[in-house]
Design a binder for this molecule. Structure first.
Ligand code: CP
Length: 306
């Protein structure tokens, strides 16, 4: 039995196979519409979500399976003090696979140790968000034709943004990747990412504060939201939240084929006027999230025969 806690749990070859399967699903939806008949996905979300939870549920329904679960800790027995270890042992009696989001880093890993069914980390605190990374990789590969030999700008809250941490971990294994890390000094990537991931793998990177300075060199711009829920101080959050706003004027500085990605939700870091720009790929990215989660469910259930 296999779980997914980090994008590093898959080799690059396995990631490529997963993306091939997702693209096949995209192009042949009917072929997959009953493959999970009789199977159940549990979504155990101790933290709010729109995309991750609903795209997992849409994925299982598209595969002919069924879904059950809870959307907040308050509506589960966590509110009465139940541990994730006990919860997953019980969920193992009800479902065939589980996607879990939790505010505590490592909680899905703890659950996986006691689980009798595959557990997928659907986001744990400020740590990792592997299925967002699978979505990001599929979006880049599908729209750009390849992953590699590209300069990627990661902009915004690089300290608390778990999608950024998972994406850097995944991308350093591809050829010719350069990063421009664009953030205020208070929200720079954690030292463990800089030292243990970027420097250890000899990955070229720059840290800059001004988005305008980075724009002309980028092939991909990955915008992120300032993670209000991880700040201890409201005043500090308010000071940071308007730091970057991508608008039409800044888009004029970019390459004509640069892609703009964002894991969403956005607050105000991308002006709505940018949505009409053909380089804005964040809503397509949300659609790719369904295909890759379908591919992941099939793979973890051992049903991934094309
Ligand atoms: N991208 C993402 O994780 O969105 P949700 O928080 O809505 O699931």
């Amino acid at each position: 039995m296999r779980h997914l806690m980090s994008p590093m749990d898959f080799t690059v070859e396995e990631l490529e196979e997963l993306m091939d399967l997702a693209n096949d699903i995209e192009n042949n939806r009917d072929k997959y519409s009953e493959i999970c008949k009789g199977k159940k996905l549990a979504t155990c979300f101790y933290e709010p979500s729109t995309r991750t939870r609903l795209s997992f549920e849409a994925a299982m329904i598209n595969l002919g399976g069924q879904v059950l679960g809870f959307a907040s800790a308050d509506s589960s027995s966590a509110a009465k003090g139940e541990s994730v270890s006990d919860t997953i042992r019980v969920i193992s009696c009800y479902a065939d696979i589980c996607a879990m989001r939790h505010p505590k880093e490592g909680a899905p890993l703890v659950a996986s140790k006691k689980s009798l069914i595959p557990v997928i980390n659907a986001g744990d605190g400020g740590h990792e968000h592997p299925t967002q990374t699978l979505t990001d990789l599929l979006t880049i590969r599908s729209l750009n034709g390849k992953i590699g030999n590209m300069t990627i700008g990661l902009c915004g809250d690089l300290k608390f943004g778990r999608t950024v941490h998972s994406l850097i971990n995944a991308l350093v294994r591809y050829e010719g990747i350069k990063f421009i890390l664009i953030s205020p000094k208070e929200l720079r990537v954690p030292d463990y990412i800089r030292e243990d991931v970027l420097e250890k793998n000899n990955i070229p990177y720059q840290e800059v504060e001004r988005l305008e300075d980075a724009m002309p060199s980028l092939d991909i711009l990955y915008m992120t939201r300032v993670q209000q829920e991880r700040f201890f101080n409201e005043e500090e959050y308010l000071r940071m939240k308007g730091f970057y706003i991508l608008d039409e004027d800044k888009m004029k500085l970019a390459k004509m084929d640069m892609l703009v990605l964002h894991p969403l939700p956005r607050v105000n870091e991308i002006s709505v006027e940018v949505d009409e720009d053909p380089r804005a790929a964040y809503f397509k990215q949300a659609q790719y999230g369904v295909y890759i989660r379908m591919a992941l469910i099939l793979t973890l259930l051992g049903l991934n025969k094309k």
